[in-house]
Design a binder for this molecule. Sequence first.
Ligand SMILES: Cc1cc2nc3c(=O)[nH]c(=O)nc-3n(C[C@H](O)[C@H](O)[C@H](O)COP(=O)(O)O)c2cc1C
Length: 418
Amino acid sequence: MRRGLDHFPFPVMAERAWSKFYIPGGKAASASYKTVPMHTKDTPRELSELCILANFVEVFLAREGHDNPVGINYLEKIQIPHLPSLYGAMLAGVGYILMGAGVPLKIPGVLDLLSCHKPATYALHVTGAEDGDDTTMTFVPSEFMERELVPLVRPKFLAVIASNTLAATMVKRANGRVDGFVIEGPTAGGHNAPPRGKLQLDEAGEPIYGERDQVDLGKIRELGVPFWLAGGYGSPEKVRESLAAGATGVQVGTAFAYCAESGLREDYKQALLEKVVTGDARVATDSLASPTGFPFKVAKLEGTLSEREVYSARPRICDLGYLREAYRDTDGKIGYRCPGEPVTVYLSKGGQLENTIGRTCLCNALVATIGHPQVRCGRYVERGLVTSGDDLAGIVRFMPQGELNFGAADVVNILLKN
Ligand SMILES: Cc1cc2nc3c(=O)[nH]c(=O)nc-3n(C[C@H](O)[C@H](O)[C@H](O)COP(=O)(O)O)c2cc1C
């Protein structure tokens, strides 16, 4: 972080965050992390600064040591941090912005404006909003700039899509250039697009996908923009198949999530790699877990929230709030709620009881999964939840015989083998 912050173009802002949050030697294991304000439409300046800085550092560090372009991925549905996050990533020279989990029609135009340090706006989806309500978020780079900068490179924009209709809509109606698509199927790790039509579940409670969920690559090719395939494409055979189908490449997540460089907690990583070797790795599509409402892939692992008892033992607490939904309250003001928060609180905000069932606090769980679990009252330590694609078992192809360890470069080298 320090190395990244030392290269941040606005040092006073970087120092503000450093002096407030840096603890020499690290925090005590039983101490809680400091909390920061939650995102709201008119986000406090401190939070915008943290978004700019965090995205800058993430991209800066990923760009070190090579000349290849680096992309960063956002979920459209998590709208409030978009503008400062994009600007921070762009200040670090991000080459690609990838966005799914929604319809990111207005992002290309935002990239055009931010690359010239011009003010940009983004409409916040507010459930129940009425005509005349102010739902526009505004970000003015000059309010954060400590000196003039030359224009930034406008990153390429790739929309992550799971249907031909969405691809065609993006090309026709986006407010700027769409440079390509990542076509992600329902076997991919993380969040998945829900099946088309009425949600039907199989005996294990997993969503059933059918013919209508298949993307017609012929129609994608007709759009004339590059595309990448994702969801179970992490093998040399699948790379070859994709290139033969006209794809520019593939997007792989699961294999990299388990490599030595990944930020996945080491004990979780090792335990799951052992399951991969013994043939016991299991992944389920949970249609309820994510407060976003999108199906979410969960790897079964003892001690994580994938287990019913661990899930039930967690007190419902909402203190990060990244996945909160904005809604119009009875006074016409914007309120924020999450189906993963305490049920009575959610209901008092007009939320529906059925939305709370099975919901997991993904915010705290995923932060715990990368090794930063919040500690409460010095005792309760948040548990993690690991997401993986359906082909978790297939990552055995990257593991040298007898070793539970492989690097990101091994993955790339094996994938590119002809
Ligand atoms: C741990 C993990 C986290 C992911 N998070 C995101 C995400 O935040 N946004 C997104 O669009 N895709 C996300 N994905 C999906 C990947 O970007 C990629 O499309 C997918 O992993 C490819 O399929 P695979 O899992 O079979 O390799 C995630 C995947 C994994 C494994």
